[in-house]
Structure formats: C-alpha cells, structure tokens
Design a protein around this ligand. Structure first.
Ligand code: GLN
Length: 191
C-alpha cells in the first residue's frame, strides 16, 4: 500500500489530510496518509504534500529538522500548494530556503495587497474549477514543465516531471481533481 505524507511543520495540514482522504476514496484506492514532522516519517512516504502557510517559516523549519535535504534526496513526487509552490521553486524574490525541485521563478504575494484573497474560476485539465487564492504567489517564469492554469495571464498551476504546484488552495474546495492528479503521479512512480 502506498503512503502519502503531508508535511506537518506549519500551515493548513489537516485540510490537505481530508482532501487526500476524499480523493483516495473517490479513486477507490487504499493508501496511508501520514503527517510528516521528521526525516523518519518521510522515509515511509511515496509522495509528499506541502501545504499553504508561510513559506519562509516552513523553509527554516525544514532546514532545522533536516527535512529539506531529505526531501531533495528522497526524490518522490511533491505537490506544493501556495507556500508549498514557493518552496518547490528554484528562485523567488526573497532570500529564503527553497527545495528547488521545479525549475521556475516565483513571485511571492504576486497578486498584491488589494487582492490579498480572492476566488477565481479557472480552467484546469479542460474543466472549470474554483480556485481559492490567499496571498497567493504566481510563477513568473517556468523553465521546465507544463502550465496547467493561468489567471489574468499569470501562471498559477504547473506540472514538472513528477511534481505538481498550485498557487491556489485545492484543499479548501470540494473538488479533488488536483489531489487525484497528484496521486496518479505517485502511483506511476511506484509501479
Ligand atoms: N504568501 C505566503 C508565502 O509566500 C503564502 C500564502 C499561503 O500559503 N496562503 O509564503
């Protein structure tokens, strides 16, 4: 049975836990879902989700716990949402610890103060989807991978190799498409 980890250092971890559970059940797949606080927890995972929160805080805690190096070395699929997307990048407009798993440049809080939070209908995988954006970043430049969705011409969701990143919060809406897509990536890697 596969195990999906949710990085549990800071941010909206329990919402991802529930969304992953719902996606697995709609796909009729049995899997373990575990909260990852240590390198030992990570060693049991076939895929990892990094939630929204504060990317600087999560990054520093990843360094302190040794998880930053462990995640890079483990080389499993990672789904990063909002702050998680920031952490997957190779470059941002801040000085902060990054995993660098997706070759892209990210602008943090890219939608500005006026639009600190908003919902926007986007199109992803050919479907209409309600994206929840909270102090969301956007991708200024994707060097390797494919664009999955844009808002006002800004890139807000990408897939790169086995990794997936969204500027919005798929764990805060009922639609489990993003989690399902990620779980399929995890399954491909364990086959
Ligand atoms: N602005 C936050 C950051 O860059 C992300 C916000 C969020 O995850 N909702 O870390």
């Amino acid at each position: 049975m596969i195990s999906i980890g949710i990085l549990d250092l800071q941010g909206d971890v329990s919402e991802h836990f529930e969304a992953t559970k719902k996606a697995l059940s709609s796909m009729d797949i049995e899997a373990n879902i575990l909260k990852v606080k240590t390198v030992e927890d990570l060693s049991m995972c076939n895929g990892l989700i990094i939630s929204g929160g504060e990317s600087t805080v999560i990054g520093k805690l990843m360094e302190k716990t040794g998880l930053k190096t462990a995640i890079i070395e483990k080389n499993i699929p990672v789904l990063g949402t909002c702050a998680g997307l920031v952490l997957l990048a190779t470059e941002t407009d801040y000085e902060q610890p990054l995993l660098g798993l997706i070759d892209m440049k990210v602008k943090r809080n890219g939608f500005g103060r006026q639009k600190a939070s908003f919902e926007n209908e986007i199109e992803i995988f050919g479907y209409k989807y309600e994206g929840v954006f909270i102090r969301a970043p956007y991708i200024e430049k994707l060097n390797n991978g494919k664009v999955l969705a844009r808002v006002n011409n800004k890139i807000v969701a990408v897939a790169s190799g086995k990794h997936v990143a969204t500027a919005f919060h798929p764990e805060l809406t009922e639609d489990t498409k993003i989690h399902e897509y990620f779980i399929k990536e995890v399954l491909k890697c364990v086959e």
